[in-house]
Design a protein around this ligand. Structure first.
Ligand SMILES: Cc1cc2nc3c(=O)[nH]c(=O)nc-3n(C[C@H](O)[C@H](O)[C@H](O)COP(=O)(O)OP(=O)(O)OC[C@H]3O[C@@H](n4cnc5c(N)ncnc54)[C@H](O)[C@@H]3O)c2cc1C
Length: 368
Protein backbone atom coordinates (compact mmCIF):
# COMPACT_ATOMS: atom_id res chain seq x y z
CA UNK A 1 0.00 0.00 0.00
CA UNK A 2 2.81 2.38 0.88
CA UNK A 3 4.55 1.66 -2.42
CA UNK A 4 1.34 2.22 -4.38
CA UNK A 5 0.72 5.51 -2.59
CA UNK A 6 4.20 6.89 -3.10
CA UNK A 7 4.42 5.64 -6.69
CA UNK A 8 1.16 7.39 -7.59
CA UNK A 9 2.37 10.58 -5.95
CA UNK A 10 5.78 10.37 -7.64
CA UNK A 11 4.27 9.72 -11.07
CA UNK A 12 1.75 12.57 -10.89
CA UNK A 13 3.52 15.22 -8.81
CA UNK A 14 7.27 14.59 -9.15
CA UNK A 15 8.05 12.88 -12.47
CA UNK A 16 6.51 15.67 -14.62
CA UNK A 17 9.16 18.11 -13.31
CA UNK A 18 12.18 15.77 -13.26
CA UNK A 19 13.57 16.78 -16.68
CA UNK A 20 13.14 20.52 -16.00
CA UNK A 21 14.69 20.26 -12.54
CA UNK A 22 17.72 18.59 -14.15
CA UNK A 23 17.88 20.92 -17.16
CA UNK A 24 17.59 24.07 -15.04
CA UNK A 25 19.61 22.74 -12.07
CA UNK A 26 16.89 23.97 -9.75
CA UNK A 27 15.56 22.74 -6.42
CA UNK A 28 12.52 20.45 -6.89
CA UNK A 29 10.11 22.63 -4.91
CA UNK A 30 7.11 20.80 -6.43
CA UNK A 31 8.47 17.55 -5.01
CA UNK A 32 9.04 19.05 -1.57
CA UNK A 33 5.51 20.50 -1.52
CA UNK A 34 3.97 17.20 -2.64
CA UNK A 35 6.00 15.15 -0.15
CA UNK A 36 5.17 17.48 2.74
CA UNK A 37 1.46 17.51 1.79
CA UNK A 38 1.43 13.70 2.00
CA UNK A 39 3.68 13.53 5.07
CA UNK A 40 6.36 11.65 3.12
CA UNK A 41 9.26 14.12 3.38
CA UNK A 42 10.80 12.71 6.59
CA UNK A 43 8.93 9.50 7.31
CA UNK A 44 11.61 8.14 9.65
CA UNK A 45 10.86 10.63 12.47
CA UNK A 46 9.40 8.68 15.42
CA UNK A 47 5.73 9.26 16.28
CA UNK A 48 6.59 10.58 19.76
CA UNK A 49 8.20 13.58 18.06
CA UNK A 50 5.32 14.17 15.68
CA UNK A 51 6.62 12.01 12.84
CA UNK A 52 5.13 9.21 10.76
CA UNK A 53 7.29 6.65 12.59
CA UNK A 54 8.17 4.67 9.47
CA UNK A 55 10.61 1.82 10.00
CA UNK A 56 13.83 1.49 7.99
CA UNK A 57 12.25 -0.65 5.25
CA UNK A 58 9.29 1.70 4.78
CA UNK A 59 11.73 4.61 4.54
CA UNK A 60 13.69 2.72 1.88
CA UNK A 61 10.51 2.14 -0.14
CA UNK A 62 9.63 5.85 -0.02
CA UNK A 63 13.10 6.88 -1.19
CA UNK A 64 13.19 4.15 -3.84
CA UNK A 65 9.88 5.21 -5.37
CA UNK A 66 10.75 8.92 -5.38
CA UNK A 67 14.13 8.12 -6.99
CA UNK A 68 12.41 6.06 -9.68
CA UNK A 69 10.81 9.32 -10.83
CA UNK A 70 13.48 11.87 -9.88
CA UNK A 71 16.75 11.14 -8.08
CA UNK A 72 17.22 14.79 -7.07
CA UNK A 73 13.87 14.76 -5.26
CA UNK A 74 14.74 11.54 -3.42
CA UNK A 75 17.47 13.50 -1.64
CA UNK A 76 14.69 15.23 0.33
CA UNK A 77 13.56 12.22 2.41
CA UNK A 78 17.06 10.69 2.30
CA UNK A 79 19.00 13.69 3.59
CA UNK A 80 16.32 14.57 6.13
CA UNK A 81 17.10 11.17 7.64
CA UNK A 82 20.87 11.57 7.27
CA UNK A 83 20.89 15.02 8.89
CA UNK A 84 18.61 14.17 11.80
CA UNK A 85 19.69 10.62 12.60
CA UNK A 86 22.62 11.79 14.77
CA UNK A 87 20.06 13.61 16.96
CA UNK A 88 17.78 10.55 17.03
CA UNK A 89 20.65 8.18 17.85
CA UNK A 90 22.64 10.29 20.31
CA UNK A 91 20.87 13.58 21.07
CA UNK A 92 19.35 14.68 24.37
CA UNK A 93 15.59 14.62 24.86
CA UNK A 94 15.56 18.45 24.61
CA UNK A 95 17.39 18.41 21.26
CA UNK A 96 15.00 15.77 19.93
CA UNK A 97 11.94 17.78 20.98
CA UNK A 98 13.35 21.02 19.61
CA UNK A 99 14.53 19.81 16.20
CA UNK A 100 12.51 16.73 15.22
CA UNK A 101 9.10 18.41 15.53
CA UNK A 102 9.71 21.10 12.87
CA UNK A 103 11.33 18.46 10.63
CA UNK A 104 8.31 16.16 10.95
CA UNK A 105 5.91 19.02 10.24
CA UNK A 106 7.75 20.00 7.09
CA UNK A 107 8.74 23.39 8.48
CA UNK A 108 12.48 22.62 8.32
CA UNK A 109 14.88 20.30 6.51
CA UNK A 110 18.01 18.77 8.05
CA UNK A 111 21.47 18.44 6.45
CA UNK A 112 24.60 16.52 7.46
CA UNK A 113 27.97 18.25 7.44
CA UNK A 114 30.89 15.87 7.81
CA UNK A 115 33.04 16.35 4.67
CA UNK A 116 35.54 19.14 4.14
CA UNK A 117 37.72 20.28 1.23
CA UNK A 118 40.67 18.23 2.54
CA UNK A 119 38.77 15.56 4.46
CA UNK A 120 36.59 13.25 2.33
CA UNK A 121 37.30 9.52 2.64
CA UNK A 122 39.52 10.41 5.61
CA UNK A 123 36.74 12.30 7.36
CA UNK A 124 38.53 12.15 10.73
CA UNK A 125 41.16 14.45 9.21
CA UNK A 126 38.70 17.35 9.44
CA UNK A 127 39.87 20.81 10.48
CA UNK A 128 36.65 22.53 11.53
CA UNK A 129 37.07 23.44 15.18
CA UNK A 130 34.74 24.03 18.10
CA UNK A 131 36.16 25.83 21.11
CA UNK A 132 34.35 26.04 24.44
CA UNK A 133 33.57 29.50 25.77
CA UNK A 134 31.57 29.29 29.01
CA UNK A 135 28.08 28.05 28.18
CA UNK A 136 28.79 28.26 24.46
CA UNK A 137 30.80 26.59 21.72
CA UNK A 138 32.38 28.68 18.97
CA UNK A 139 32.69 26.95 15.59
CA UNK A 140 35.08 27.87 12.78
CA UNK A 141 35.73 26.05 9.52
CA UNK A 142 34.51 25.01 6.08
CA UNK A 143 32.26 22.04 5.34
CA UNK A 144 32.13 20.93 1.70
CA UNK A 145 29.65 19.07 -0.51
CA UNK A 146 26.74 19.62 1.83
CA UNK A 147 23.52 18.35 0.29
CA UNK A 148 20.56 20.71 0.56
CA UNK A 149 22.79 23.40 2.10
CA UNK A 150 21.02 26.72 2.05
CA UNK A 151 17.61 25.03 1.80
CA UNK A 152 17.89 23.20 5.11
CA UNK A 153 17.19 25.03 8.33
CA UNK A 154 19.23 22.62 10.49
CA UNK A 155 22.72 21.08 10.12
CA UNK A 156 24.44 18.35 12.05
CA UNK A 157 28.04 19.59 12.06
CA UNK A 158 31.02 17.49 13.12
CA UNK A 159 33.92 19.53 14.53
CA UNK A 160 37.20 18.96 16.36
CA UNK A 161 36.94 19.69 20.08
CA UNK A 162 40.27 18.03 21.04
CA UNK A 163 42.91 18.03 18.28
CA UNK A 164 45.15 15.60 20.22
CA UNK A 165 42.64 12.74 19.98
CA UNK A 166 41.85 12.51 16.22
CA UNK A 167 38.47 10.71 15.77
CA UNK A 168 37.87 10.63 19.55
CA UNK A 169 38.35 14.39 19.67
CA UNK A 170 35.45 15.10 17.32
CA UNK A 171 32.03 16.24 18.57
CA UNK A 172 28.69 16.74 16.83
CA UNK A 173 26.51 19.85 17.05
CA UNK A 174 23.23 21.15 15.70
CA UNK A 175 23.82 24.40 13.83
CA UNK A 176 20.94 26.47 12.51
CA UNK A 177 20.97 28.32 9.20
CA UNK A 178 20.03 31.50 11.04
CA UNK A 179 22.95 31.29 13.52
CA UNK A 180 25.19 34.31 13.11
CA UNK A 181 28.32 33.46 11.12
CA UNK A 182 26.74 30.69 8.97
CA UNK A 183 26.92 31.25 5.20
CA UNK A 184 26.96 29.17 2.02
CA UNK A 185 29.09 28.81 -1.11
CA UNK A 186 27.82 28.83 -4.69
CA UNK A 187 25.96 25.68 -5.77
CA UNK A 188 28.32 23.08 -7.30
CA UNK A 189 27.90 22.44 -11.03
CA UNK A 190 27.42 18.70 -11.08
CA UNK A 191 27.15 15.77 -13.51
CA UNK A 192 23.85 14.59 -12.02
CA UNK A 193 21.35 15.10 -9.19
CA UNK A 194 21.36 18.66 -10.46
CA UNK A 195 18.16 19.51 -8.61
CA UNK A 196 19.77 18.80 -5.26
CA UNK A 197 21.80 21.80 -4.14
CA UNK A 198 25.33 20.93 -3.02
CA UNK A 199 27.18 23.83 -1.40
CA UNK A 200 29.93 24.66 1.01
CA UNK A 201 28.93 25.72 4.50
CA UNK A 202 31.10 28.40 6.09
CA UNK A 203 31.26 28.64 9.86
CA UNK A 204 32.74 31.95 10.91
CA UNK A 205 32.81 32.33 14.70
CA UNK A 206 29.43 30.63 15.02
CA UNK A 207 28.55 30.86 18.71
CA UNK A 208 26.00 28.27 19.82
CA UNK A 209 24.67 27.25 23.25
CA UNK A 210 26.51 24.28 24.79
CA UNK A 211 23.30 22.21 24.86
CA UNK A 212 23.41 22.03 21.05
CA UNK A 213 26.10 19.38 21.34
CA UNK A 214 24.76 15.98 20.21
CA UNK A 215 25.74 13.41 22.84
CA UNK A 216 28.91 13.67 24.90
CA UNK A 217 32.01 15.57 23.91
CA UNK A 218 34.28 13.36 21.77
CA UNK A 219 31.50 11.06 20.54
CA UNK A 220 30.70 12.98 17.35
CA UNK A 221 32.71 10.84 14.97
CA UNK A 222 31.28 7.62 16.37
CA UNK A 223 27.78 9.07 15.98
CA UNK A 224 28.59 10.15 12.41
CA UNK A 225 29.75 6.62 11.50
CA UNK A 226 26.82 4.94 13.28
CA UNK A 227 24.51 7.21 11.29
CA UNK A 228 26.10 6.12 8.01
CA UNK A 229 25.58 2.43 8.89
CA UNK A 230 21.83 3.16 8.68
CA UNK A 231 21.72 5.77 5.94
CA UNK A 232 23.93 3.97 3.41
CA UNK A 233 20.86 1.77 3.02
CA UNK A 234 18.90 4.83 1.89
CA UNK A 235 21.56 5.47 -0.78
CA UNK A 236 21.08 1.88 -1.89
CA UNK A 237 17.36 2.69 -2.08
CA UNK A 238 18.08 5.66 -4.34
CA UNK A 239 20.20 3.44 -6.56
CA UNK A 240 17.39 0.88 -6.79
CA UNK A 241 14.88 3.56 -7.73
CA UNK A 242 17.04 5.14 -10.42
CA UNK A 243 17.83 1.71 -11.90
CA UNK A 244 14.16 0.66 -11.82
CA UNK A 245 13.16 3.88 -13.57
CA UNK A 246 15.69 3.22 -16.34
CA UNK A 247 14.72 -0.44 -16.69
CA UNK A 248 11.00 0.36 -16.85
CA UNK A 249 11.60 2.97 -19.53
CA UNK A 250 13.86 0.73 -21.61
CA UNK A 251 11.40 -2.18 -21.33
CA UNK A 252 8.67 -0.06 -22.88
CA UNK A 253 10.94 1.42 -25.53
CA UNK A 254 12.20 -1.89 -26.96
CA UNK A 255 8.61 -3.01 -27.57
CA UNK A 256 7.88 0.15 -29.61
CA UNK A 257 11.13 0.59 -31.51
CA UNK A 258 11.24 -1.39 -34.77
CA UNK A 259 14.36 -2.32 -36.74
CA UNK A 260 14.76 -5.08 -39.35
CA UNK A 261 10.95 -5.15 -39.60
CA UNK A 262 10.16 -6.06 -36.00
CA UNK A 263 10.27 -4.67 -32.46
CA UNK A 264 13.85 -4.81 -31.18
CA UNK A 265 12.40 -6.61 -28.11
CA UNK A 266 12.11 -9.68 -30.37
CA UNK A 267 15.90 -9.98 -30.62
CA UNK A 268 17.42 -12.38 -28.14
CA UNK A 269 20.43 -10.09 -27.66
CA UNK A 270 18.08 -7.42 -26.32
CA UNK A 271 16.12 -9.91 -24.20
CA UNK A 272 19.30 -11.15 -22.54
CA UNK A 273 20.31 -7.60 -21.65
CA UNK A 274 16.92 -6.93 -20.05
CA UNK A 275 17.06 -10.24 -18.17
CA UNK A 276 20.48 -9.41 -16.73
CA UNK A 277 19.37 -5.92 -15.76
CA UNK A 278 16.28 -7.21 -13.95
CA UNK A 279 18.22 -10.04 -12.28
CA UNK A 280 20.92 -7.74 -10.89
CA UNK A 281 18.40 -5.14 -9.79
CA UNK A 282 16.36 -7.73 -7.91
CA UNK A 283 19.50 -9.07 -6.20
CA UNK A 284 20.35 -5.50 -5.15
CA UNK A 285 16.80 -5.00 -3.86
CA UNK A 286 16.86 -8.16 -1.75
CA UNK A 287 20.22 -7.19 -0.22
CA UNK A 288 18.96 -3.65 0.47
CA UNK A 289 15.76 -4.84 2.11
CA UNK A 290 17.68 -7.36 4.23
CA UNK A 291 20.01 -4.52 5.29
CA UNK A 292 16.98 -2.34 6.12
CA UNK A 293 15.66 -5.06 8.42
CA UNK A 294 19.08 -5.18 10.08
CA UNK A 295 19.02 -1.40 10.45
CA UNK A 296 15.64 -1.60 12.17
CA UNK A 297 16.86 -4.29 14.58
CA UNK A 298 20.34 -2.73 14.90
CA UNK A 299 21.87 -6.17 14.28
CA UNK A 300 25.55 -6.77 14.99
CA UNK A 301 26.34 -7.19 11.28
CA UNK A 302 24.63 -3.93 10.25
CA UNK A 303 27.92 -2.20 9.34
CA UNK A 304 28.77 -4.90 6.80
CA UNK A 305 25.25 -5.02 5.38
CA UNK A 306 24.89 -1.22 5.12
CA UNK A 307 28.17 -0.98 3.18
CA UNK A 308 27.37 -4.05 1.05
CA UNK A 309 23.89 -2.81 0.11
CA UNK A 310 25.14 0.67 -0.83
CA UNK A 311 28.11 -0.65 -2.79
CA UNK A 312 26.25 -3.41 -4.63
CA UNK A 313 23.09 -1.44 -5.41
CA UNK A 314 25.02 1.59 -6.66
CA UNK A 315 27.27 -0.53 -8.91
CA UNK A 316 24.12 -2.22 -10.26
CA UNK A 317 22.45 1.16 -10.80
CA UNK A 318 25.43 2.40 -12.81
CA UNK A 319 25.39 -0.74 -14.94
CA UNK A 320 21.62 -0.87 -15.45
CA UNK A 321 21.30 2.82 -16.36
CA UNK A 322 24.24 2.56 -18.80
CA UNK A 323 22.59 -0.48 -20.40
CA UNK A 324 19.28 1.40 -20.60
CA UNK A 325 21.00 4.13 -22.62
CA UNK A 326 22.44 1.38 -24.84
CA UNK A 327 18.97 -0.12 -25.40
CA UNK A 328 17.68 3.23 -26.67
CA UNK A 329 20.62 3.58 -29.07
CA UNK A 330 21.27 7.14 -30.25
CA UNK A 331 17.99 8.33 -28.73
CA UNK A 332 19.19 7.19 -25.32
CA UNK A 333 22.13 9.55 -25.61
CA UNK A 334 19.90 12.62 -25.88
CA UNK A 335 17.99 14.65 -23.34
CA UNK A 336 14.77 13.91 -25.22
CA UNK A 337 14.64 10.68 -23.24
CA UNK A 338 15.06 10.27 -19.46
CA UNK A 339 17.63 7.47 -19.38
CA UNK A 340 20.72 9.66 -19.91
CA UNK A 341 19.63 11.70 -16.85
CA UNK A 342 19.23 8.48 -14.88
CA UNK A 343 22.72 7.35 -15.93
CA UNK A 344 24.20 10.67 -14.75
CA UNK A 345 22.18 10.54 -11.53
CA UNK A 346 23.23 6.94 -10.80
CA UNK A 347 26.92 7.89 -10.65
CA UNK A 348 26.67 9.81 -7.39
CA UNK A 349 25.43 6.73 -5.53
CA UNK A 350 28.89 5.17 -6.05
CA UNK A 351 30.53 8.25 -4.51
CA UNK A 352 28.67 9.78 -1.58
CA UNK A 353 28.26 8.51 1.97
CA UNK A 354 31.67 6.95 1.34
CA UNK A 355 32.94 5.94 -2.10
CA UNK A 356 32.57 2.32 -3.12
CA UNK A 357 36.27 1.82 -2.45
CA UNK A 358 35.62 2.97 1.11
CA UNK A 359 32.61 0.61 1.33
CA UNK A 360 34.91 -2.26 0.40
CA UNK A 361 37.32 -1.20 3.17
CA UNK A 362 34.38 -1.13 5.62
CA UNK A 363 33.19 -4.57 4.46
CA UNK A 364 36.67 -6.07 4.68
CA UNK A 365 37.01 -4.83 8.27
CA UNK A 366 33.58 -6.22 9.21
CA UNK A 367 33.37 -9.52 7.34
CA UNK A 368 30.41 -11.54 8.58
C1 LIG B 1 26.88 15.61 -4.81
C2 LIG B 1 27.55 15.30 -3.51
C3 LIG B 1 26.82 15.39 -2.33
C4 LIG B 1 27.44 15.16 -1.10
N1 LIG B 1 26.73 15.33 0.06
C5 LIG B 1 27.38 15.29 1.25
C6 LIG B 1 26.71 15.69 2.46
O1 LIG B 1 25.52 16.02 2.46
N2 LIG B 1 27.42 15.71 3.62
C7 LIG B 1 28.73 15.36 3.66
O2 LIG B 1 29.31 15.41 4.74
N3 LIG B 1 29.39 14.97 2.53
C8 LIG B 1 28.75 14.94 1.34
N4 LIG B 1 29.41 14.59 0.17
C9 LIG B 1 30.82 14.22 0.25
C10 LIG B 1 31.12 12.78 -0.13
O3 LIG B 1 30.72 11.92 0.89
C11 LIG B 1 32.63 12.70 -0.46
O4 LIG B 1 32.80 13.34 -1.71
C12 LIG B 1 33.14 11.29 -0.51
O5 LIG B 1 33.14 10.72 0.77
C13 LIG B 1 34.55 11.19 -1.10
O6 LIG B 1 35.43 12.16 -0.57
P1 LIG B 1 36.30 13.05 -1.56
O7 LIG B 1 35.41 13.63 -2.56
O8 LIG B 1 37.13 13.96 -0.74
O9 LIG B 1 37.24 12.01 -2.32
P2 LIG B 1 38.66 11.46 -1.83
O10 LIG B 1 38.55 10.96 -0.43
O11 LIG B 1 39.70 12.45 -2.15
O12 LIG B 1 38.83 10.20 -2.78
C14 LIG B 1 39.35 10.26 -4.12
C15 LIG B 1 39.46 8.84 -4.66
O13 LIG B 1 40.40 8.10 -3.84
C16 LIG B 1 39.79 6.92 -3.36
N5 LIG B 1 40.31 6.59 -2.03
C17 LIG B 1 40.47 7.42 -0.97
N6 LIG B 1 40.98 6.75 0.07
C18 LIG B 1 41.16 5.47 -0.33
C19 LIG B 1 41.67 4.28 0.28
N7 LIG B 1 42.04 4.27 1.56
N8 LIG B 1 41.71 3.16 -0.46
C20 LIG B 1 41.29 3.14 -1.74
N9 LIG B 1 40.79 4.22 -2.38
C21 LIG B 1 40.73 5.36 -1.68
C22 LIG B 1 38.29 7.25 -3.31
O14 LIG B 1 37.50 6.08 -3.33
C23 LIG B 1 38.13 8.07 -4.58
O15 LIG B 1 38.02 7.22 -5.69
C24 LIG B 1 28.80 14.77 -1.07
C25 LIG B 1 29.52 14.66 -2.26
C26 LIG B 1 28.92 14.94 -3.46
C27 LIG B 1 29.74 14.87 -4.73
Amino acid sequence: MLRETIRALAETKIAPFAAAVDEESRFPQEALDALVASDLHAVHVPEEYGGAGADALATVIVIEEVARACASSSLIPAVNKLGSLPVILSGSEELKRKYLGPLAKGDAMFSYALSEPDAGSDAAGMKTKAVRDGDFWVLNGVKRWITNAGVSEYYTVMAVTDPTKRSKGISAFVVEKSDEGVSFGAPEKKLGIKGSPTREVYLDNVRIPADRMIGEEGTGFATAMKTLDHTRITIAAQALGVAQGALDYAKGYVQERKQFGKPIADFQGIQFMLADMAMKLEAARQLTYAAAAKSQRVDGDLTFFGAAAKCFASDVAMEVTTDAVQLLGGYGYTRDYPVERMMRDAKITQIYEGTNQVQRIVMARNLP
